[in-house]
Design a protein around this ligand. Sequence first.
Ligand SMILES: NC(=O)c1ccc[n+]([C@@H]2O[C@H](COP(=O)([O-])OP(=O)(O)OC[C@H]3O[C@@H](n4cnc5c(N)ncnc54)[C@H](OP(=O)(O)O)[C@@H]3O)[C@@H](O)[C@H]2O)c1
Length: 284
Amino acid sequence: MIIVTGATGTLNGATVDHLLKRVSPHRIGVSVRDPARAAHLVDRGVRVREGSYDDPANLRHSFADAEQVLLVSSSDLSADVAAQHRRAIDAAVDAGAKRILYTSAHGTAFDTPYPPLAIHAATEQYLADSGVAWTALRNGFYGDLAQLLGPWQKSGVIAMPADGPFSWVDRRDVAEAAAVILSADDPFDGPVDLTLPEPVTLADFAASASEITGRRIDRVVVDDETWLAEATSSGVPEAAARFTLSMFQATRGGHFSGSRPTLTHLLGREPRSITDQLKDLDFR
Ligand SMILES: NC(=O)c1ccc[n+]([C@@H]2O[C@H](COP(=O)([O-])OP(=O)(O)OC[C@H]3O[C@@H](n4cnc5c(N)ncnc54)[C@H](OP(=O)(O)O)[C@@H]3O)[C@@H](O)[C@H]2O)c1
């Protein structure tokens, strides 16, 4: 069976939807914290079992019969996330999985200013040491464009700290790619970069936004301390603002400047570009 964790979350929920188009539902199982939220999958013939990274016993039960297990990277910021990932990997090994896949991140490395990358690097290291075949789906950045770009629709400017090249992917595309990898005849070993064909910068976002709206949208670089002060005075908790700043610092350090055509090949089409993604926004 192919077991997917985090299937009540956005990314892996979409991966299960794509998987259902490719393999029989009887070959798919999900391991979720709240099975009541996966009733729609039971209706489609998917095995739903309760599993939490904080409970090794129920996790092992939810991984039973697994040939492959796809582990979501935990979103529980109150937890020791690296320890949760180690428990999840141990449970998959104990359950006899032949391959463990993990939703990692593009640019993963121990020595970057952006803290999640070190957690991903430690998890990948643990996978490599597990003795089981593994695949790290190194997804480009995705998420809320308003958080990335600020209130540009109102202000006409993308006023953010200095950035460097990075990949901003559509989460639906990397979810689909995960399903392609899980159902492929030939396995993908080790890290797989799932990026745009070419990296982008916030200046590219400004150019795309100008093109789409017919208005002039400028990219304005705000120095780090000024940006931090403005963010915190507008109510963003300082820790959250510093976290966002660390992402920009990592982009300008070149940590995300590499890109590969793998996502394009897996999808059999170009991934959704930043222009496509901006067009999805509500411009009313
Ligand atoms: N590449 C990027 O730019 C980017 C951006 C945002 C997030 N991420 C990472 O990618 C992951 C998936 O993204 P997403 O958009 O699908 O986020 P999401 O919708 O918040 O999903 C996170 C999933 O993690 C599950 N989870 C949290 N703690 C868990 C635990 N203790 N045991 C088992 N499962 C647990 C959640 O379970 P429930 O459904 O029960 O809540 C949820 O299904 C995130 O968790 C985060 O680590 C990456």
